[in-house]
Ligand binder design. Structure first.
Ligand code: BGC
Length: 760
């Protein structure tokens, strides 16, 4: 043999001997077998948050660990849900990486529109993909247990069927773009106060029927690539350390086969997290890595569990664009996305009142705007899911002007000056970038009688906007539910002045979640609840006010008369004073001092109710389930929303077999304007020896735009299993035999427009 051939042959032998298995080319098991223990442990953790401007994706929430020798890249995650959260600027780079701000989750859910939820998901998924990221840390789907939940704006509904179906459509939209989601926050994450340690004490039945059911529906109908466990404990255990929730129920019962990751710095015991089936700890801390390594070495943590979680991480990475070396364009079609954001926004606004056809604003030309929020609209919530609002927001003034209205100029400067002064006073060090203290908007400016008189003379109509901003990190308090004295006084003064001249007053609710409306609504001729419609707020609102779009949103949450009317209200930190330093400590994983103090309180039996723990004494009676069953008055019920037109309904078919239930309804536009309608099907189920809510939502659907006289037949279908209740005594779901009443209702409290009784 020639010398050169020999040399080449030996080179080949060496290469084969030292060849490393490669992810994607070789079997996952072989890749895992080639890893050192330290590498495996590293893979179970994130690589920190991308805080600098020179990192690959500045301002994003996290990434996974890379092992280049085995062909394993880092993959990248950024927050949602209504905007891909990423710093738009980068060091030594003149390009600006803007992302579209969609309507917030509560707003999107108010559309009651599966197609809109999917479109929102597709849009944000496209941006994630276009900018080279892999995972969107969204959507959040926890139940709005009270009106004051700090993250209500980031969640969809008080009802699990509503939340689960909207979420599934959103997730399918995102994932259709070859990027993944992290469905969050699994589970029972309904309060922000002491969010890293609060223990939700919830019985098995509400746990199953409300707080898990939303996740179950979303998981089964959309197969999210990953699920994020929540900060809180449920019944004594951190969720991320609870094997029953993460493994037995999520994977065992629901068949979920994706990755489970923790919320950022959630939990206390990293070893317990891996043992529970929470595969990845984000964003990853040295102390966690050390603890897992030590437990693996001393045998406390089973190697098989580590390998299983590593396998899940690798399967997750394999799906990602970064792994596939996708050549992303690094720009996205922002213009087209703004158009979609506007359509979704307008489609989500909820008309609560419309006396004497005040709206649309036919014949109105000149309008005067009152309320600070009219000049400082809130496009979205606060918190990481919303950090730094989008790159633009169409103000109400701009939206109205573009729609052809004259906005009274004399009020603009005084309001702007007033807002500036208030901000200076409330935030002497500048506006907080991340408003965890759930501020009330600045004190209202009440125009004096002379100004009002002038305004009334010069305008055809008054528009008042009430605003509430809030988000991650703090709950709202009772104060935020009610109007301030000044707000109430302003509404009264404006209404009196305009009504005296026979002119109308419209109130816009730019709120993060339900507020009090019962005491003042008589003063308004029309009320439009817009929640937070995102970057196109002004345009979307003008579209509905002008009648270009007929409103078709429905409330995803009950607007109760008073705080305290819902049974959960007393078991919620409704008057908790926000403690910034405790929040900051908890955010970075909690200090040893906090843990010691808590242990001391525990030993002394002095745990603080609604702070250290929260009792879910209301059981399944959350939201409309309470108000409707016990016939308690509300200001506006769940599912409520008016239109500029009318609809009639014909029942074409209804049925229930062991697998599926269905209701087929023909909806006809009987009014004079084109519009869309929402059909909501509620079921009253036989008791089967258990107490049950009078009705529960099982399905909903939205028509296309129907012209006057036009009809559409909708077939609403749901799994018969959804009619079952969880029997705590028998520890199983029970589908009672007897009479099922299927009701098509305009909202959760009104009399049904159609009824079908089925013997099962
Ligand atoms: C939030 C999550 C978010 C994560 C990463 C946490 O504080 O609870 O919703 O995805 O931070 O930014």
């Amino acid at each position: 043999m020639k010398k050169t051939t020999l040399f080449l042959l030996s080179l080949l032998i060496c290469a084969v001997a030292y060849a490393q298995p490669q992810l994607g080319k070789d079997k996952i098991e072989d890749v895992i077998a080639a890893m050192t223990l330290q590498e495996k442990v590293n893979l179970l953790h994130g690589c920190g948050m991308a805080m600098g401007t020179e990192v690959k994706f500045p301002g994003t929430a996290g990434s996974t660990y890379a092992i280049p020798r085995l062909g394993i890249p880092s993959v990248y995650m950024a927050d949602g849900p209504h905007r891909l959260v990423m710093t738009p600027t980068r060091a030594f780079d003149s390009q600006v990486y803007n992302t579209t701000e969609l309507p917030s989750e509560i707003t999107l859910a108010a559309s009651f529109d599966i197609d809109a939820a999917r479109a929102a998901g597709e849009l944000i998924g496209q941006e994630v993909s276009d900018y080279g990221l892999d995972i969107l840390l969204a959507p959040g789907i926890n139940i709005m247990r009270t009106a004051l939940g700090g993250r209500n704006g980031e969640y969809f509904s008080e009802d699990p069927v509503h939340a689960g179906n909207i979420a599934a459509a959103y997730i399918n939209g995102v994932q259709s773009k070859n990027v993944g989601v992290a469905l969050k926050h699994f589970a029972v994450n309904n309060q922000e106060t002491n969010r890293n340690a609060n223990d939700a004490i919830v019985a098995e039945r509400p746990l199953r029927e409300l707080y898990l059911r939303n996740f179950e529906i979303a998981v089964k109908n959309s197969h999210p690539w990953s699920i994020m466990t929540s900060y809180n404990k449920a019944n004594g255990k951190y969720v991320c350390e609870d094997r029953r929730l993460c493994e037995d129920i999520l994977r065992g019962e629901w068949g979920y086969d994706g990755l489970v990751m923790s919320d950022w710095n959630a939990g206390r015991n990293p070893v317990a997290s891996i043992q529970a089936g929470n595969d990845m700890l984000q964003p990853g801390q040295d102390r966690q890595r050390a603890a897992i390594l030590e437990a693996a070495q001393d045998g406390t943590l089973d190697m098989a569990l580590i390998d299983l979680s590593v396998k899940r991480v690798l399967e997750f990475i394999l799906k990602c664009n970064t792994f596939k070396n996708y050549q992303y364009p690094n720009e996205t079609d922002l213009k087209a996305h703004s158009k979609i954001a506007r359509e979704i926004g307008a489609n989500s606004l909820v008309l609560l009142k419309n006396e004497d056809e005040t709206l649309p604003m036919d014949g109105v030309k000149n309008v005067a705007l009152y309320g600070n929020t009219s000049y400082d609209i809130v496009p979205a919530g606060m918190g990481f899911g919303a950090t730094g609002h989008g790159y633009y927001c169409v103000s109400l003034v701009e939206g109205l002007r573009k729609a052809g209205y004259n906005v009274d100029k004399s009020l603009i400067m005084p309001y702007q000056k007033h807002i500036e002064e208030q901000n200076k006073q409330n935030y002497p060090n500048g506006l907080p970038p991340f408003s965890i203290t759930a501020p009330l908007r600045a004190d209202e400016l009440i125009p004096d009688a002379k100004t009002l008189e002038e305004n009334v003379k010069n305008n055809d109509m008054a528009i008042i906007t009430l605003g509430r901003a809030c988000g991650e990190g703090a709950d709202r308090t009772k104060e935020h539910f009610y109007l301030t004295d000044k707000e109430a006084e302003m509404i009264k003064a404006v209404a009196d002045a305009y009504h005296a001249a026979g002119k109308k007053v419209v109130v816009i609710l730019n709120v993060v979640s339900a507020i009090e409306t019962a005491s003042w609504k008589d003063n308004a001729d029309a009320i439009l609840c817009i929640f937070q419609p995102g970057c196109e707020t002004g345009n979307a609102v003008a579209d509905v006010l002008s009648g270009k779009v007929n409103p078709s949103g429905r409330l995803p949450q009950t607007f109760q008369v008073n705080y305290g009317d819902a049974p959960a209200d007393k078991n919620f930190p409704y008057d908790y004073k926000f403690d910034m330093s405790a929040f900051a400590r908890a955010f970075s994983g909690g200090s040893a001092k906090d843990a010691a103090e808590r242990a001391e309180r525990q030993a002394e039996h002095e745990l603080k109710q609604n702070v250290d723990y929260t009792n879910y004494d209301e059981g399944v009676y959350v939201g409309y389930r309470w108000f409707t069953t016990f016939d308690e008055p509300v200001s506006y019920p769940f599912g409520f929303g008016l239109s500029y037109t009318d609809f009639s309904y014909d029942l074409e078919d209804a049925g229930m077999d062991s697998d599926k239930c269905h209701v087929t309804v023909k909806v006809t536009n009987t009014g004079t304007k084109a519009g869309r309608d929402v059909v909501q099907v509620y079921v009253n189920a036989p008791k089967g020896g258990m107490e049950k809510p009078a009705r529960e939502l099982k399905a909903f659907a939205k028509t296309r735009v129907l012209q006057p006289g036009e009809s559409q037949t909708l077939n609403l279908e749901w799994d018969t299993d959804l009619n079952a209740s969880f029997n705590e005594k028998k520890n199983r779901w029970d589908l009672a035999k007897g009479k099922y009443t299927f009701m098509v209702c305009k909202d959760a409290q009104s009399d049904p427009v159609l009824t079908s009784v089925i013997k099962y």
